[in-house]
Write a protein that binds this ligand. Structure first.
Ligand SMILES: [Zn+2]
Length: 254
């Protein structure tokens, strides 16, 4: 790796206090993917970092390879603090959820331009008071597609017959949607054909686009159950942030 300083657009994922005044910061960049860096005196030096290293901020970071695994972070410009995320506990919990899932699934040092666009669009949308249920569904759907786990939706995953009506059996362990003949009576879930169509259409759009979507309440509800089944088989464990998210959703109810 070159040793001279480099600039990268980045999203701050997490910061951990280290020693008296230093920080260890996890970042997502498009070109270098997940990075971890060491910011010397970051809690004292307003000039070099200011508030730029707060979680979920969009920044321009200047860094260089360090001696060990950690990069040396030199300074940062704050592009957007996404202050709007802090207006509701749900938005904040949703942001924390995405970060936790990324930390579980993405390897350090791999190029991640698509995952960068996805997280950027998701956080921007939540920070401008976008619908959390819609944000979560689109985020999870695109994430599993990017990772190669997207199930068959509009045809049977075993005999490939196209669906034309009715409630469709769905079992991620068997590849996704199933016709009645293939499903037998063991399917964990039935979803409407309209839901499958809406999810399928959502996947035809740019990965970072969240504004302007409208999904019906049935699609949101059924989609959430489908995605939690799929993620249950993809994630190594249940995210801790989900428990917090469930509590905040109750607290934020008007
Ligand atoms: Zn079938």
């Amino acid at each position: 790796m070159r040793r001279e300083p480099r600039n990268s657009p980045a999203i701050v994922l997490r910061q951990i206090d280290y020693g008296e005044s230093d920080l260890i910061v996890s970042l997502l960049t498009a070109e270098q993917g997940m990075l971890r860096g060491y910011a010397r005196s970051a809690r004292k030096s307003i000039k070099r970092f200011g508030p730029a290293l707060e979680p979920f901020s969009q920044i321009e970071i200047r860094w260089q390879p360090g001696r060990g695994e950690l990069l040396t972070l030199l300074d940062a410009d704050l592009i957007s603090p996404r202050q709007g995320l802090r207006l509701s506990l749900t938005s904040l919990a949703m942001a924390g959820y995405a970060v936790e899932v990324y930390e579980m699934l993405l390897q350090e040092g791999e190029e991640q331009s698509e995952m960068f666009s996805l997280l950027q669009g998701y956080l921007d949308y939540l920070a401008t008071q976008g619908d959390p249920a819609l944000a979560r569904l689109l985020f999870e759907l695109r994430l599993v597609q990017h990772l190669g786990y997207i199930p068959h939706l509009l045809h049977c995953s075993e005999c490939f017959v196209q669906f034309s009506e009715g409630a469709i059996a769905f079992d991620p362990a068997r590849g996704g949607s199933l016709c009645d003949a293939c499903a037998g009576d063991s399917s964990p879930l039935h979803v409407g054909l309209g839901t499958l169509g809406s999810l399928s259409r959502s996947l035809q759009t740019p990965i970072g686009l969240f504004d302007g979507f409208r999904l019906g309440s049935r699609t949101l509800q059924e989609g959430a159950v489908m995605l939690s089944l799929i993620l249950g088989s993809v994630l190594p464990r249940s995210p801790k942030s989900l428990r917090f998210l469930q509590q905040t959703t109750v607290l934020d109810e008007p």
